[in-house]
Design a protein around this ligand. Sequence first.
Ligand code: NAI
Length: 269
Amino acid sequence: MTKPLEGKNGIIFGALDDKSIAWRVALKAKEAGAKFTLTNAPVALRMGKIQELGELCETDVIAADATNMEDLQNLFEKSLDKLDGKIDFILHSIGMSPNVRKKKPYTNLNYDWLHKTLDISAISFHRVMQTAYQMEAMNEWGSILGLSYIAAQRIFPDYGDMADAKATLESIARSFGYHYGKKNKVRVNTISQSPTYTTAGSGVKGFEEFFGYADKMSPLGNADADTCADFCVAMFSDSTRMVTMQNLYHDGGFSSMGMSPALLMNQEE
Ligand code: NAI
């Protein structure tokens, strides 16, 4: 059987440890026959375990702060060289809010930190795509994915300013998706994922309770990181080549639910 990503080159942002969604995507992409480079912020390279993943995937780990244009330019140059060809897929799996991390309520934000949240978690998606676009680094029909969360559409009070970052991220996917589609038939989408136990996920206040709530609310239960990785591989493959400018829910049905008898019964107990 042919592998769905055989012959494809990629760049995967955001693997920190083996819980990271990007880590799971890297393993599945390798299994699916892809060649790719791995990247994360310099501080994550020093603290994380990403070199282990590099060995498992037999590839290079290239440091790049996704908010720094020179780093991104260098990352693309090195990736094009290492992969010996243009890029077919990119995963942007990056999120961080100093306000959420430092438990600042939404009504008392530190605005310097808000700028950081937006730059790291949303504008970096634009930076990555603008770098690729201007360097002519993507092959036609390439696929670019960002990871989002339903707090972009609905209120989840403890998600704080990350909600605004995710709304911006999804908007950037649509806007860039238009321009990249017209220019190179490159498609751009976001995947809106269930709550998942990772460093970024469990940094949100009340994550554990909320994880259980979402699990009960969703007819299929919460989607885990491995099934998210399977979906990413499908989105990178040619079988989804006409899908672009979409926010795709990968959440076991959570986003369509109004009321769950499973939760009501729990309250009555
Ligand atoms: P994670 O903590 O493993 O990954 C976040 C990554 O962002 C880390 O590898 C971190 O080093 C990287 N990062 C932070 N600042 C950076 C910078 N300046 N430059 C480059 N990289 C930087 O957590 P997870 O959950 O795998 O997060 C991946 C994506 O999935 C994020 O966009 C997150 O918001 C999203 N997501 C996560 C959910 C969850 O419940 N875990 C639910 C829905 C979406």
